[in-house]
Design a protein. Structure first.
Length: 216
């Protein structure tokens, strides 16, 4: 039973992201470079967030319980701001390096239910970061700072929901609603349309079929 729970939660959390990587990134060396660069920027932002958290904990180490709770909330909010700041820095780096890269390559809950909820939440966070990145870069390209603000606010909202973690239903439903909204937005930003979606689902998109045939 333990192995079934482990593999089930692992595939729920990382399966779609792994499939997305295999079919859209692994076949292109340039996209792999982008992925590694994005992961590096995220890790650096996590390092800075941890540093801020460590300093804040050291300052408020002798304080009472409520201070520690507010300190946790502060740490999450600062972490979100730092992540979005590094996402913007990553975008700027890609813009400057794009020409060079083109020249290189064209309540009491049962433990199993708790783990299942964590797996579904991990899945939505992974997909949200993909959609946030697409929408965020589009906002930077168009210099529409309201889009960046929406990305920041939705990121804050999803992160703030972790403070009511015992209420898994509320967390997951609201997070998945945001994910669907951002996914649709990212789909149209990336050049998709209802017509192309219909052609793709019905296997009538000649360009898509030709690309798939060549890949084989």
């Amino acid at each position: 039973m333990t192995a079934a729970v482990f593999f089930g939660c692992a595939f729920i959390a990382f399966g779609p992201a792994l499939a997305l990587y295999i079919f859209t990134i692994a076949t292109e060396s340039l996209r792999v470079i982008f992925l590694i660069a994005g992961a590096f920027f995220w890790l650096v932002s996590l390092l800075f967030s941890s540093l801020v958290w460590f300093v804040a904990r050291a300052i408020a180490d002798s304080r009472d319980g409520p201070i520690q709770k507010y300190l946790l909330i502060f740490g999450v909010l600062v972490s979100v701001f730092i992540q979005e700041l590094f996402r913007f820095a990553y975008y700027k780096l890609l813009k400057k390096a794009s020409e060079g890269l083109k020249s290189v390559s064209p309540g009491d809950t049962a433990p199993s239910m708790q783990l299942l909820a964590y797996a579904f939440m991990t899945l939505v966070i992974i997909l949200l970061h993909v959609f946030w990145g697409i929408v965020f870069f589009d906002g930077c390209e168009k210099k529409n700072w309201y889009i960046l603000l929406i990305v920041l606010l939705t990121h804050l909202l999803v992160s703030a929901q972790t403070f009511i973690s015992p209420h898994y239903g509320i967390n997951l439903v609201s997070a998945y609603i945001i994910m669907v909204f951002m996914g649709i937005w990212a789909f149209f930003v990336a050049g998709g349309s209802c017509r192309t979606l219909k052609l793709c689902l019905l296997c009538q998109d000649k360009d898509f079929l030709l690309y798939s045939h060549r890949s084989r």
